[in-house]
Every structure is written in structure tokens, then in C-alpha cells.
Design a protein around this ligand. Structure first.
Ligand SMILES: [Zn+2]
Length: 490
């Protein structure tokens, strides 16, 4: 059945009904003017699709909209000063080439919707009309068109959102995939409990705050950590080795969950690498979150936060919590999210000034438009990589990695190279790695240093030609006068 835009067009000029000439005093029917001020589609963060009845071209919007992910469509009405409060119906018509839908909502309208507010009609009479678009039903398909109309409660047409009638919603069929391996860590006879919705909470919180259409999660068999875990960061080399030994593709994230018997380990709830955007930055696509059985809910935002680091994000400053290494390009004051957020699974709305970015340390935490955009870039890029890297990637090279803990302890291990890495564009760090090989020949290699997310631990990375790595010998880290033996393994 075809949709007829004319059905909508006919309503446009009916929006204005002057008060005085409109009959008897007993009824406010028709008094004042109402129009659709803003139409927004929200899949986690606000994207304006029409302002004052004028559609915004998908190319000119603040973010893409994604097919295969549910969406909320918000209709924010504006009323004139002489508006007589009364019930209105908002009708949303949706159409694809194959199907059409009409959704309707009626509520009492007393003032203009606060276009910045977080409320919706179910919670507050001053809220906006919100419609849920169901991805599974095809309501986020590419080519979906929409039209918004307002009616008096008796069905008299009032206003339409766009003078052209149906407009393109602008959903794009991009693959926004994240591949994630969750590794429960057995440590000191503890194992994190993932049942009873605990794991679901972690994953849902991550999904809701990221532009993901396909979240592919593998829950690993529990793995024993038998070292002395005096620093949470020690989990990352261990996890990196596991990741490498299992031949994970460069885009795959490994995330360890550990119950250390208390909410933090030395004040840390989580730690992660801060990954660049090259395949060979896979060493940083590791994270660990403390999942304490006493209160697993503490870990939900931490899990998303650490995934943020592993996706290349650093911290965002907020009042009373100013970590080092904050992102100076963050655009919103006080670390606020700056754009209304919608939690698709929790069915909740966050006002632009009602939550802080999840890369900050202030609560409540949601995703800003800025962080959403940064993760969108990263997710789109990693989704474009092949399932397994070409056999030539990283050939002829091995990576020697070192962790330096805040106490100055070192832990070294070998990684295969997954190809180019961001370290190639970094300035050399203060350390040189010296190899005295089995033939007593001395070689010196430069290294790079990067911080882990705790801003206290550091990675040292050395690219080693495969022939040198195979030859073997004695490795020493040299920094000025300092000569520290490099011992591989725990
Ligand atoms: Zn952090």
C-alpha cells in the first residue's frame, strides 16, 4: 500500500486558529497556535532531523543514524503566548518502500516543550511526544520516510512538521560492529559471578552508550591468574598474551573481569590500554574491570569507561574530579554530556545538563555527542577490517612489550605484530633496548612509551626484526645511566 503525502500536505495551513474569532467562551478549542519546533531522532545521543518545520539533510546532521538499532523519535511542540492548554494528538507516519505505519500519542499541552529537557509525556505533562522506532520491524531501514502531524483531540488537523510532507529519516545501513571477548579471571579462588543479569548489565550499558549495531560477545572459559596481583595493570600483559595466543584479529577487544573481594584494587576499579586506530595497536585493545560480588552494579559504568579507553578515549574533566591527561578538545563545560541522551534499553532520557560524559569521574554518567562521535569513527573503522589480517601483516617483525607499574616493577613479553601501529608516528621514548645476542654482538633498538588508563602505569613498545627476536640473547633496558635487565615472563 502506497503512502500519500498529500494526506499530510493538506494539514499545514490549518495550524493557525485565532482565539477571539473562534466562538463561544465555554471552549478553548482552537485558541492559540501550535507548531512542531523540533524533531529529533535519538539512538543514544540527540540528532536533530527537522527544526521549525525544515528538514535537516542527513549530510548536515551532527551524527549518522544507524539501521538495525532502535531509535526514539521526539516531537517537541511550540505554542503561542495565547495558547489555551488542552489535549493534542501527535501522529507519526512512517513509510518504507514496502510498509507503512501510523503511530499516535495524545497528551495535554500547556506550554512549549522545553527542547533541552529530559522529560517525556509518560513522566511529565510538560514533556515531549516520544515514539519508539523498532529496528526489528523495519522502522530504521534505509529509505524510511516520516511525517509528523498535530491534531486537536477531536481530530481537527493542526500542524505538520515539514512542508514537503514526508521527509527522509536518514538511517544508514552501516555495519557498526564490536567484537568482544569477556574473560572471567579466577584469582585467589574467586571467580566473578556473571549470572543473574550481571553480565547483561555490563553489556547493555556498553551497547546503549555506543553507536553499535552488532555487538558480538564471546564469554571465555574462566582463566586462572596465578601471579601476585599487587597492581590491576598486571592483568593487561597477561590478557594481551592470552589474546595473542588465541590469534585474535586486530579489531577484537579482550576484557577481563575479576573479583578481588572488594570494590577496588588499590583504588582502581578498572584499567585499559588507550588504543590507536591501527591494526598493530591491538596490544592496547585490552581492558580489565573489577566485578565485586558485594555490589556488581558498581562495575556497569566502569566496564563502558574502560571500553572507552580501549577505543582510544582519554578522560574528561568534571567538577571536583580532574584526572591528569584529560581531553582538552572536549567541548562541553564541566564534562556535561551537552546533548540529550536516550537509553534505549533502560527507556530513560538524560538531559544535556543532567549527566556527565562516561569518560569523566562524575555521576550520573551517560554518553556525550562528542564521545559518541569519536566512538562512531573508531567502530566504523574497525568494522571495516577483515576478519583475519592478511598473512603478510606484521611479517618480519615481533613486538617486545614491557609494563612498568607505578611501583617501578617491570613485566616483559613478546607479541606477534598485527601490522602497522601508531607507535611508528610517536617520538622515541627515553628507553633504548639493548640486545647482546648469542654471538656476543650488541644491537640497540628504540622504543616508545605510552600511558595506560590509570595514568600511572606505562607500556614500553619495541619493534624487533624477526631475525633478531629469533636469534635471542640478553635484553637490557637502557635509560641514561640506568641499565635494567629485561626478564621475560612473570
Ligand atoms: Zn579511566
Amino acid at each position: 500500500m502506497a503512502f500519500t503525502p498529500a494526506l499530510v500536505l493538506g494539514c499545514v495551513d490549518a495550524s493557525v486558529q485565532g482565539g477571539s474569532g473562534n466562538g463561544d467562551e465555554g471552549s478553548d478549542f482552537g485558541v492559540g497556535e501550535v507548531s512542531v519546533g523540533l524533531v529529533e531522532i535519538n539512538q543514544g545521543t540527540r540528532v536533530d532531523v527537522a527544526v521549525d518545520g525544515v528538514a535537516i539533510d542527513p549530510e548536515a546532521r551532527t551524527s549518522a543514524l544507524y539501521t538495525g538499532r532502535d531509535a526514539w523519535l521526539g516531537v517537541h511542540v511550540e505554542v503561542s503566548e495565547d495558547w489555551a492548554p488542552r489535549s493534542l494528538e501527535a501522529r507519526l507516519s512512517l513509510a518504507t518502500e514496502f510498509e507503512s505505519w501510523t503511530l499516535s500519542q495524545t497528551r495535554f499541552v500547556s506550554t512549549s516543550a522545553d527542547a533541552e529537557a529530559s522529560v517525556r509525556v509518560q513522566d511529565d505533562p510538560e514533556g515531549s511526544f516520544w515514539f519508539v522506532l523498532d529496528a526489528a520491524a523495519g522502522q530504521t531501514d534505509p529509505g524510511l520516510r516520516y511525517a509528523v502531524e498535530l491534531f486537536e483531540a477531536d481530530g481537527t488537523p493542526l500542524a505538520a512538521a515539514g512542508s514537503e510532507g514526508f521527509e527522509q529519516a536518514g538511517f544508514e545501513a552501516k555495519t557498526m560492529g564490536v567484537e568482544l571477548v569477556v574473560v572471567p579471571v579466577r584469582y585467589a579462588e574467586n571467580e566473578p559471578g556473571l549470572d543473574g543479569g550481571v553480565l547483561d548489565d555490563l553489556l547493555d550499558g556498553f551497547y546503549e552508550r555506543n553507536p553499535i549495531t552488532e555487538l558480538e560477545v564471546t564469554v571465555h572459559e574462566p582463566v586462572e591468574f596465578d601471579g601476585n596481583l599487587f597492581e590491576l595493570g598486571l592483568l593487561l600483559p597477561w590478557l594481551g598474551e592470552l589474546r595473542a595466543s588465541e590469534g585474535a584479529a586486530p579489531q577484537v577487544y579482550y576484557h577481563a573481569l575479576i573479583d578481588v573481594g572488594e570494590p577496588t584494587l588499590g583504588g582502581l576499579r578498572g584499567i585499559a590500554g588507550i588504543a590507536g586506530d591501527q591494526p598493530g595497536d591491538d596490544v592496547d585493545r585490552v581492558a580489565a574491570t573489577v566485578l565485586w560480588s558485594g555490589n556488581p552494579g558498581l562495575s556497569t559504568v566502569t566496564f563502558t569507561h574502560e571500553m572507552g579507553h580501549a577505543q582510544g578515549l582519554v578522560h574528561v574533566e568534571c567538577p571536583g574530579a580532574a584526572p591528569d591527561g584529560v581531553d582538552g578538545s572536549y567541548p562541553h563545560a564541566d564534562g556535561l554530556i551537552g546533548a540529550r541522551g536516550v537509553g534505549l534499553l533502560r527507556a530513560d532520557i538524560f538531559a544535556a545538563d543532567g549527566a556527565y560524559d562516561y569518560m569523566s569521574y562524575c555521576a550520573p554518567r551517560w554518553v556525550s555527542d562528542f564521545t559518541w562521535g569519536r566512538c562512531a569513527e573508531r567502530i566504523e573503522l574497525l568494522s571495516s577490517w577483515p576478519e583475519s589480517p592478511p598473512p603478510s601483516a606484521g611479517l618480519g617483525e615481533r613486538v617486545l612489550m614491557g609494563l612498568i607499574t607505578p611501583q617501578g616493577r617491570e613485566r616483559w613479553w613478546w607479541m606477534p605484530s598485527a601490522g602497522p601501529s601508531s607507535s611508528a608516528s610517536r617520538a622515541a621514548g627515553p628507553d633504548r633496548l639493548e640486545l647482546v645476542d648469542v654471538d656476543d654482538v650488541r644491537h640497540e633498538l628504540p622504543s616508545t612509551r605510552t600511558w595506560l588508563s590509570d595514568e600511572r602505569s606505562q607500556w614500553i613498545r619495541v619493534s624487533v626484526p624477526a631475525e633478531l627476536a629469533e636469534r635471542g640473547g640478553t635484553w637490557t633496558r637502557v635509560r641514561g645511566e640506568l641499565r635494567a635487565p629485561v626478564s621475560l615472563g612473570r
